[in-house]
Design a protein around this ligand. Structure first.
Ligand code: RIB
Length: 305
């Protein structure tokens, strides 16, 4: 079983010819609403694309947005252990998607910031005690103190900790010490390297300077770089698709990568699987809604072979 602890947001999305620059107004098209939030997106990716038994712990308000988000988790087969925070708005994200498929996202965290260390550890404790949990998957859209507390709790219980360092933020050493699997993009890796005083400038050198057992750097259209302490450094190319919207593609990659590891895949095979999931997630609008089902990923990989 994988436990994902993180954010849940309702995404308000519009498509426009370009993403606005500072001070610019652009005219978008229709407004659409999608379930999102990096934590919930990754939980959906674990279950829907990865076929893994998955639990989600987040913090939502008691409003209509929360109902939509609970429904999406349930529909994807995620066991929802979220905490309800009365009189607190559910998280929301405001997303502009350009005609080239790029996005700009602003998050209003709302209840996500009420996921305190105490609330999260209280929700996690019985799941660890069940003896079924093998991976804990975290991101950086909830308070960092909460990530540290749950990562330490999981590590003490012998559970592997996977961390997707998105959005880029300062990572305390107490968290870095607990991480078994680190999933980053090049900017997030650079920020971690700076924090650790790693002087190397290129991605390959930075990744090799980290002491984390398994590090994956997502590189967009060129795939990902995997540094596995046992297998060394490998570049895994991704698949070419017609891009509609890249929102949530990183979450689809992270969730499905951990789901494949949980299923016993090698880091190389997990990266190839996650590359396929991430690519397919770019072919439709929305985050969770564009995450492919496991059967679709298998059919895609067969067609590409
Ligand atoms: O990674 C994409 C996600 O970032 C969106 O779903 C949005 O809610 C923000 O959390």
């Amino acid at each position: 079983m994988i436990v994902v602890i993180g954010s849940a947001n309702l995404d308000f999305v519009t498509q426009a010819p370009t993403i606005p620059r500072p001070g610019e107004t652009v005219m978008g098209r229709d407004l659409a609403m999608f379930p999102g939030g990096k934590g919930a997106n990754q939980a959906v990716a674990c279950a829907k694309a990865g076929g893994a038994e998955t639990c989600f712990i987040g913090a939502l308000g008691d409003d209509a947005f929360a109902q939509t988000l609970h429904g999406a988790l349930q529909a994807a087969g995620v066991m929802d252990h979220s905490i309800e925070c009365p009189s607190t708005p559910t998280g929301a994200a405001f997303i502009c998607v350009s005609d080239a498929g790029e996005n700009a996202i602003t998050v209003a965290p709302g209840a996500n910031h009420s996921l305190t260390p105490e609330r999260a550890t209280t929700a996690l404790r019985p799941l660890l005690a069940s003896g079924r949990c093998r991976y804990l998957l975290l991101q950086a859209e909830i308070p960092m103190a909460t990530n540290v507390a749950v990562a330490q709790m999981a590590r003490e219980a012998g559970i592997r900790v996977a961390f997707n360092a998105a959005p880029a933020s300062h990572l305390p050493s107490a968290l870095l010490e607990c991480i078994d699997v680190l999933i980053v993009n090049a900017l997030e890796l650079e920020s971690i390297a700076q924090t650790l005083g790693i002087a190397a400038k290129d991605v390959e050198a930075q990744v090799q300077a980290l002491s984390t057992p398994l590090v994956v750097v997502t590189l967009g259209a060129t795939g990902c770089l995997v540094h596995d302490r046992k297998l060394g450094l490998q570049h895994c190319p991704t698949f070419s698709v017609e891009v509609v919207d890249t929102t949530g593609a990183g979450d689809a990659f992270a969730g499905s990568f951990v789901a494949a590891l949980n299923d016993g895949a090698t880091s190389t095979d997990a990266a190839q699987f996650a590359n396929a999931v991430g690519a397919l997630a770019c072919t439709a609008l929305g985050a969770q809604s564009s995450t492919p089902r496991l059967a679709d990923v298998r059919a895609f990989l067969t067609a590409q072979a």
